[in-house]
Design a protein around this ligand. Structure first.
Ligand code: SF4
Length: 485
């Protein structure tokens, strides 16, 4: 999920960033165009200017339909088609888009999906085994986080565990070879409340899969690890942190003394993985709340302390996100932007000093902010949700075998979420068959107001991309649909 090769530092490769030297970029592109004979001397300046504008635009606004970009440049279709062709001939322009403020969308999600043809299947309404399968094995959760969409107290009956775990094993066996990251354990509820998680992890590893478990780590005790040694076969344990002391934890999760327990679990986990020389990766998800950016410094100290428990195996990764959700238009105020930018600088300085090997993923919005730009905000509404959804891209399977089409829908008894169940995996019915049936039968789910909350960030990106691609194809730009792929 991190950046690919560092961008070359020339004016073209950086032209999508705020404050770029656009004149120098146009000059360099013009020189390349004439040197390679792609444009005559008289037209090269105009063409170069338009190409740089395209790079700048798609480096900031990746979901723009091609017709909108054409209108923005105010050129006819033939000229635009030529521009697209020339754009593809100058790799530095592509680099500019991939490393622009919105580069994370391109690098982390859109281009990997394009490379595997996953979006093509969704666009053509052809069945395909889902590119990403989330298994939601937890029958319950020990926390009651106030923001959690989980209906208070909702849980699966423990009697569902045996059949559920047999069903999960069959889904793991179905996953086609060739994509080790095709599957993960998450929720829904808390995966570690399923006593069969270790066995499932071993099964997945034996099939060449590298699953991450998304957990709150409250139950990641030495005892759990002794009972479920298969947990050591996981690729990574990603702990969602809900604060950095007991008070913050209690405020969020409703559980007393829970932070200290999570901290003790993780410290011991660090020691054990070091002793066992186990390659399992350890990392965190942390959400910065408005006005709380300074807590990131304490987060670094917390991670540095964990590193002291196993100096040869420092914590591997950290995913930081911010939460804009309370705002009407989703935009940060100027003061909040400045505060966040300054906070991130101080954070990076402390990381360099105390946890220099930590791999940090800032996600779409914070990455943009770090470059000084406003992130393109994805505001998928019921009107722009896709009734055919995108099971070729991702599905989630809960303990009952129900196949949910959006990542935040897989909670028991969540109002309206059952409309997003494509079918149920069980004896005699595979996941591939459920997807095939849903797609081949042309099933459609008419979105209701509020359904957008069933989507997580990934679902939103995929939806925005598919809408963009459909608009491109409908406008006769099928060959170039999506701008980059
Ligand atoms: S957010 Fe996660 S940890 Fe918190 S109550 Fe919901 S499922 Fe449990």
């Amino acid at each position: 999920m991190t950046s690919t090769a560092p961008a070359p530092a020339g004016p073209v490769a950086t032209c999508a960033r705020p404050g770029a030297d656009l004149a120098a970029a146009v000059h360099a592109v013009r020189r390349d165009l004439t040197a390679d004979g792609h444009a005559g001397v008289d037209e090269a300046a105009t063409v170069a200017h338009r190409l740089v504008r395209l790079a700048e635009h798609y480096g900031n606004h990746p979901f723009t339909p091609l017709e909108d970009a054409r209108r923005l440049l105010d050129v006819d279709r033939a000229s635009f088609s030529r521009l697209l062709d020339l754009f593809g001939r100058l790799p530095e322009l592509r680099h500019a888009v991939e490393n622009g403020p919105a580069g994370k969308y391109w690098q982390n999600t859109l281009l990997p999906l394009e490379r595997r043809g996953v979006l093509d299947s969704a666009l053509a309404h052809k069945p395909a085994f889902p590119y990403s399968v989330g298994l939601y094995p937890g029958p319950t959760c020990m926390f009651r986080c106030h923001f959690c969409v989980r209906v208070t107290g909702a849980r699966y009956d423990p009697s569902a565990l045996d059949a559920g775990n047999a069903m999960f094993a069959s889904v793991i066996d179905e996953i086609p070879a060739g994509n080790p990251y095709a599957m993960y354990f998450s929720g829904g509820l808390e995966p570690l409340t399923n006593p069969g998680l270790g066995v499932l992890s071993s099964r997945a590893a034996a099939r060449g899969l590298r699953p991450t478990v998304y957990t709150n780590s409250f139950a990641l005790t030495e005892r759990t690890l002794a009972r479920q040694p298969g947990l050591w076969d996981l690729h990574a344990v990603r702990t969602s942190l809900y604060g950095l002391n007991d008070e913050e934890y209690e405020e969020t999760t409703g559980k007393r003394a829970s932070f200290e327990r999570v901290r003790a679990n993780l410290r011991r986990f660090q020691q054990l993985r070091s002793e066992r020389e186990n390659p399992i990766r350890v990392g965190f998800s942390y959400i910065v709340l408005p006005g709380r950016i300074h807590r990131l410094l304490d987060l670094v100290d917390f991670i540095a302390e964990l590193n002291e428990a196993a100096p040869d195996r420092p914590v591997d990764f950290l995913n930081v996100r911010e939460d804009y959700s309370g705002r009407e238009n989703g935009r940060l105020t100027e003061a909040e932007r400045t505060e966040l930018q300054e906070g991130l600088l101080a954070f990076e300085e402390r990381v360099a000093r105390r946890t220099p090997t930590l791999n940090i993923d800032y996600g779409y919005a914070l990455h943009s902010l770090k470059t000084g730009a406003d992130a393109e905000l994805l505001r998928i509404r019921p009107e722009t949700m896709r009734p055919s959804v995108h099971p070729q891209v991702s599905v989630q399977v809960d303990l009952l075998g129900d196949v949910y089409l959006y990542r935040e829908a897989g909670f028991p008894d969540l109002d309206g979420a059952d409309r997003y169940i494509a079918g149920r995996v069980g004896p005699g019915t595979s996941l591939a068959e459920i997807v095939e049936r849903f797609v081949d039968d042309g099933l459609r789910i008419a979105p209701h107001g509020g359904d957008e909350y069933f989507m997580d960030g990934f679902d939103q990106v995929v939806t925005a991309r598919l809408n963009q691609l459909e608009a491109d194809v409908a406008a006769g730009w099928g060959d170039a649909r999506g701008f980059l792929r």
